[in-house]
Design a protein around this ligand. Structure first.
Ligand code: PA5
Length: 367
C-alpha cells in the first residue's frame, strides 16, 4: 500500500508516537498486540470453523446472509464485496432485529455475535424456525452459542476475552472457510494464508509500534489526520467495506468522528455539499482508499475528486492498496486502518479498548 500526503506535519511532531511509555499509559489492555495478531487470527479462523463446517450440508445456497452488528458484522461486508466481484451466490449483511422477508429455505443464515449477547442478533435468530433455512453461529459463547447448541446448529467457537472488533481475523477466517464449503468463495484457505503472509510482512517492516514514526506510514497518516473530522471515500465494488472498517475503528478505538462516502454514488449528491457550514468544510480530512482494479471511470472520478476537495480546502490523503489478490488487498487495507486508528487513539489520548458510549447504551437498554 502506498500512502501519499503532506510530510511536514509528521516531521514537526517527530517521535510523538515512538514512546513505549506513552503507549503503555494510554493502552493498558494492549490493543496494539491484538491488532498485530490479525494475520495469526486469519490463519486460525479456518481451524475454528472446521468442526462447524462438518455439520453443514455443502449444497450451494441461493443467498448467503450474515446477521450481526458492529465488529461482528464487518467480516460479512468483506465477504460481500468479494462475492460481488467473483462469486455466484449473493452475500447480504443484516444489521437489524428482523431478517428481510425474502429469506427462504434455500438460503443460508450465519448469525455472528462475538459476545453472543447482542440483542438485534438474538432477535434475528428467533426468526430462524419460521424461515426454515440452513444456519450456523459464529460466537465466543453467550446466549447465542447456547441456544444454537440446544437446537443442534453448528457453532464456530471463537476464542474469548477480546473486544469484538479485535477478533475480525478470527471471524473473517472462519467465515471465509464456511463460505468456501458452501461454494460462495473460491480457494479460501490458500488465499487467507497468502493474505496473512503479506499483512504480517507489512506490519513487521512498516506498521508496528516499534517501527519509528519517520518510517511508519500508519503513524504518519494518523498525525496528518489529528484534529480533522474524517471522510473515507471508497469504490462500492472494491474497498467500501474497508472504508467502513476504518470508520468503525476510528469511532471505537480512536474516539474520533468519521464517515463513509461511496463512489460513484457520492458524485451524484455529496460533491455539492462541500460548501456549508464553511467553518466545518475546511476542517475535514478526506481519505481516498483506492484499488488498482477500480473501474476506470471510478478511477477518473477519484482523480477529479482529489483536485476538487483540495480546492475546497479539505486535507486529502490517498491510499493505494497493493497485491495480486483482491482478498489480500482488502485485508491489507483493514490492517493499515487498524494501525492508523490505534495511533490516532494515542494522539487523542483515548484508551483504544474502552467503549464508554456503546457500553452505556447497551446497559441502558437492558433496564
Ligand atoms: O466492536 C465492538 O465492540 C462493537 O461494535 C460490537 O461488535 C457490537 O456492539 C456487537 O457486539 P457483538 O460483537 O458482541 O455481537
Amino acid at each position: 500500500m502506498t500512502p501519499k500526503g503532506k510530510g511536514g506535519a509528521a516531521r514537526s511532531r517527530s517521535g510523538v508516537l515512538d514512546s513505549a511509555a506513552r503507549r503503555a499509559r494510554i493502552d493498558p489492555e494492549d490493543m496494539a498486540a491484538k491488532i498485530a495478531g490479525f494475520p495469526e487470527q486469519l490463519r486460525a479462523g479456518a481451524a475454528i470453523a472446521d468442526s462447524a463446517v462438518r455439520g453443514i450440508d455443502p449444497t450451494r445456497p441461493r443467498a448467503f446472509v450474515l446477521a450481526g452488528m458492529g465488529g461482528s458484522a464487518i467480516a460479512g461486508d468483506l465477504l460481500r464485496v468479494l462475492a460481488d466481484r467473483e462469486g455466484v451466490v449473493p452475500v447480504h449483511v443484516v444489521r437489524h432485529y428482523d431478517p428481510p422477508a425474502w429469506i427462504a429455505p434455500e438460503d443460508f443464515l450465519l448469525f455472528s455475535s462475538y459476545s453472543g449477547e447482542t440483542e438485534e442478533t438474538l432477535n434475528a435468530f428467533r426468526s430462524l424456525k419460521r424461515i426454515g433455512c440452513r444456519a450456523a453461529v459464529l460466537a465466543s459463547g453467550g446466549t447465542l452459542a447456547a441456544q444454537a447448541r440446544k437446537e443442534g446448529l453448528p457453532v464456530a467457537l471463537l476464542p474469548g476475552g477480546l473486544p469484538p472488533r479485535a477478533a475480525l481475523g478470527y471471524s473473517f477466517g472462519a467465515l471465509a472457510h464456511i463460505a468456501h464449503h458452501l461454494g460462495v468463495l473460491s480457494d479460501a484457505d490458500r488465499r487467507l494464508e497468502e493474505a496473512a503472509k503479506a499483512v504480517e510482512e507489512k506490519a513487521a517492516t512498516a506498521l508496528l509500534p516499534g517501527v519509528l514514526q519517520s518510517r511508519n506510514p500508519a503513524k504518519r497518516i494518523a498525525i496528518r489526520l489529528i484534529g480533522h473530522p474524517i471522510m473515507l471515500v471508497a469504490n462500492h465494488r472494491t474497498l467500501e467495506p474497508v472504508a467502513w472498517r476504518w470508520k468503525g475503528q476510528f469511532n471505537e478505538n480512536s474516539k474520533h468522528l468519521a464517515w463513509v462516502s461511496s463512489l460513484p454514488e457520492m458524485n451524484h449528491n455529496e460533491v455539492d455539499g462541500f460548501v456549508n457550514p464553511g467553518a466545518v468544510i475546511g476542517r475535514i480530512a478526506a481519505v481516498l482508499l483506492r484499488d488498482p482494479e477500480d473501474h476506470p471511470r471510478v478511477a477518473r472520478r477519484f482523480d477529479w475528486l482529489t483536485g476538487y476537495l483540495k480546492k475546497r480546502n479539505l486535507h486529502v490523503e490517498t491510499v493505494m492498496l497493493e497485491g495480486d489478490d483482491p482478498m489480500s488487498r482488502i485485508l491489507a487495507g483493514v490492517s493499515l486502518g487498524d494501525f492508523v486508528s490505534y495511533y490516532l487513539a494515542l494522539l487523542n489520548g483515548a484508551d483504544p479498548s474502552a467503549l464508554p458510549g456503546v457500553t452505556a447504551l447497551k446497559r441502558a437498554l437492558q433496564k
